[in-house]
Structures are given as C-alpha cells and as structure tokens.
Design a protein around this ligand. Structure first.
Ligand SMILES: [Zn+2]
Length: 175
C-alpha cells in the first residue's frame, strides 16, 4: 500500500530526463473541484507516474490512479461508494505551439516555469474518470421501486436523451 504523499508540484523535465517513477497518494480533501462535482470526500487517491523522454525528445508521463470515492446515487441522492481507476498519458509542453507536436494518444499538459501542477493534473484525471451516474442496488436504495412507479418519489431520475445509458438506467429503475 502506498503511503507517501505526492508533492503539489514537480519538475517534470528533470524527472523525465532521469526516467523517474513517482508513486504516492494525494488526500482527496485537498481536491476542491472534485468535491464540487460529487460532494465531500475522505481517503486518498493512489497515483503512479512514470516520467520519460521519447526518441523525439518529447517529455512524457504514463500514469495510473485509483481511488475509493463517494458519489450521490442518482435515484435517492444519498452517497454511495464508487471505486474509480484510470490510466492516462500526458505530454509536457511549455507553450501552445508545442501542444500540436504531442503524440496522438497523449494529452498535452502546459508547464509553467518548469513546474508542473501535479495535484491539478491528478484532479483533472480523477474528474475525467468519474462515472456519469451511479445508482444503489435496489435493496440498498432509499427510494424504492414502488415509490418510483407510483410517482411518490420526490427525486425522479432525470434521463438525459443525449446519453443512452441514462435512459436505459432510468427505464430499468421504473420497470
Ligand atoms: Zn439510492
């Protein structure tokens, strides 16, 4: 288990030149934007980062993260545990012109004054890896199927037609 806390900023060019690997955790309570999205969080996100330079002298980061989050159930709005993990690839760029050069499977990340805002980059990845909607299992949900079908539920599922999974899930919840 990882216990070392990652620094808020790092020097990515130096780390890439040394092909360094960073592993550690970030306290979720430090990630304000994440908590705006899904509510207060406890615990940590585990992060592994491999820094490298490729044959074209591009500075790259291959990353992986894992976290146990709490997200509101779309049906009853009570928090429920959600395990999130993702792999991501970042390319360090110092200006927008360089951003056009990054490999297609890498996401450009702007670095200011040779300092990478590591916490910000991890928070971005974590937010991108969130599932769109989550639901309790029916037995665990505060809003029962009967309440939903009789229309008593104060919280209705808000099916968004732009996401077919939302529609499917809301239909499933009403059957
Ligand atoms: Zn629920």
């Amino acid at each position: 288990m990882l216990t070392r806390r990652l620094p808020a900023t790092v020097e990515p060019y130096r780390l890439a030149a040394n092909h360094e690997r960073l592993e550690g955790v970030v306290d979720l309570e430090k990630l304000a934007r994440l908590q705006e999205e899904i509510g207060a969080q406890r615990g940590q996100v585990e992060v592994m980062l491999q820094f490298d330079i490729d044959a074209q002298r591009r500075h790259l980061i291959d990353g992986e993260l894992r976290a146990d989050l709490s997200m509101p159930c779309r049906r009853c709005l009570q928090p429920m545990p959600v395990a999130v993990s993702s792999q991501f690839r970042l390319a360090i760029v110092s200006d927008d012109a360089r951003a056009a050069d990054v490999p297609s499977d890498y996401e450009p990340v702007l670095v200011d004054n040779e300092q990478l805002n590591l916490l910000g980059a991890i928070e971005d990845e974590l937010i991108l890896s969130l599932p769109q909607v989550v639901y309790h299992d029916e037995a665990d949900c505060a809003v029962s199927r009967e309440q939903l079908s009789s229309g008593d539920a104060s919280v209705d599922t808000q099916a968004r037609p732009d996401n077919p999974f939302d529609v499917l899930k809301s239909l499933k919840g009403k059957l």
